[in-house]
Design a binder for this molecule. Structure first.
Ligand code: NAD
Ligand code: DAU
Length: 353
């Protein structure tokens, strides 16, 4: 048996690849374009494991994808590949439309052709799992109930609009063509291999480098944080037992304002790698210009996946964040590599001097 994963050299995708190969005997074909966010270093530990088959390529390359499907005959496709950073989508939305919308369309068409040609049992057992985000639901008022699966779509950024568009395509390919799809909406992940353009790894990286820790606006925007390995376990459970055509929200029951997340990170760093001058890392906190159209609050109601599929997060925010900081402290070479070159241009573009 084989599965095909798209975007398996990125943050969540590579964590999933590791989790999958640790838990299953199946072959995993990993299709990734290796954009700035994709990194083969994330997969180094799998060198020599002949169950992992990496292919560099674009989800929109229908010739390549059709060939991969025909050759490897996967029983499922898990679709992680995307442009994923909100700030980059504000500076340059085109790549988001190209990969998240057009790319997903081409992928769906390649998969539909493959699935249509499968025999009875293989066709029935096949699954397409689309990995989406809570951001498609827009922003919540402070006292509003958390997002349920039936919450209206109100995407506010070019990124979330492109993910919403891809969700609609996936839904339509199920409704119209019968493609056996599952869609998940997850909240903010954190953990190993997280690219340091996102809040948590950026703050760890900047703190250790003695740079300012940039907080957008008043720092009171709320996100619902989930340790990445918990997300991976949820996806495996949805793939195994999710009902066809259904959507499942995945979250950590863990809402935190950004400033609290950053202060907690600073305290952990004070403990695990104190500054040489004895000062607190929190002294590096700097309030900067807010993100355009910044969503105020996300929160996930994850009761459906718990009640139907028995999934709940295992990691607490405290234990997950401690593991994450320890991982970054132990992987300074990884951080050094991913923050060289074009990363510096991005920091200059987004934060100015
Ligand atoms: P990421 O940016 O770290 O990784 C994306 C990966 O996709 C990279 O390896 C990149 O090279 C690859 N990729 C991009 N365009 C491609 C293309 N056209 N063809 C093939 N590969 C391509 O993203 P992530 O944070 O790991 O997110 C993975 C998925 O999970 C995305 O779909 C994202 O929308 C979703 N998601 C992310 C979070 C989060 O907190 N990071 C939360 C919920 C949902
Ligand atoms: O909610 C799920 C989403 O979470 C995913 O779909 C996205 O792919 C993922 O990138 C993430 O989006 P966010 O915009 O919430 O994550 P980010 O780490 O960029 O920002 C988290 C919060 O921190 C957000 O309110 C913006 C704020 N922030 C971010 C950065 C990079 C800052 O205050 N300063 C910063 O420098």
């Amino acid at each position: 048996m084989t599965i095909l994963v798209t975007g398996g050299a990125g943050f969540i995708g590579s964590n999933f690849v590791h989790a999958w190969l640790a838990a299953q005997a199946e072959v995993l074909v990993n299709l990734d374009k290796l954009t700035y966010a994709g990194n083969l270093r994330n997969l180094h530990a799998l060198a020599g494991d002949d169950r992992h088959f990496f292919v560099q390529g674009d989800i929109g390359d229908t010739t390549l994808v059709s060939q991969l499907l025909a050759t490897h005959q996967p029983r499922a496709v898990l679709h992680f590949a995307a442009e994923s950073h909100v700030d980059r989508s504000i500076h340059g939305p085109m790549d988001f439309i190209q990969t998240n919308v057009v790319g997903t369309f081409h992928l769906l068409e390649s998969v539909r052709a493959y699935w249509s040609g499968l025999g009875g049992t293989a066709q029935q057992a096949f699954r397409f799992l689309h990995v989406s985000t809570d951001e498609v639901f827009g922003s919540l008022a402070a006292d509003a109930p958390a997002f349920s699966e039936t919450h209206a779509y109100e995407p506010n950024s070019p990124y979330s609009a492109s993910k919403a568009a891809s969700d609609h395509l996936v839904r339509a390919w199920h409704h119209t063509y019968g493609l056996p799809v599952l869609t998940t909406h997850c909240s903010n992940n954190y953990g190993p291999y997280h690219f340091p353009e996102k809040l948590i790894p950026l703050v760890i990286h900047h703190a250790l480098a003695g740079k300012p820790l940039p907080i957008y606006g008043d720092g009171m925007q709320v996100r619902d944080w989930l340790y990445v390995q918990d997300h991976c376990k949820a996806l495996m459970r949805v793939l195994q037992a999710g009902r066809l055509g259904e959507t499942y929200n995945i979250g950590g029951w863990n809402e935190k304002p950004n400033i609290e997340v950053v202060r907690t990170l600073c305290r952990l760093l004070d403990e695990l790698q104190p500054r040489s001058d004895g000062q607190a890392y929190a002294n590096q906190i700097t309030f900067v210009k807010d993100r355009a159209g910044h969503d105020r609050r996300y929160a996930i109601d994850a009761r459906k996946i718990e009640q139907e599929l028995g999934w709940r997060p295992e990691e607490s925010f405290e234990s997950g964040l401690r593991k994450t900081v320890q991982w970054y402290l132990a992987h300074s070479e990884w951080v050094k590599e991913v923050t060289s070159g074009s990363y510096r241009n991005w920091i200059g573009q987004n934060y100015g001097s």
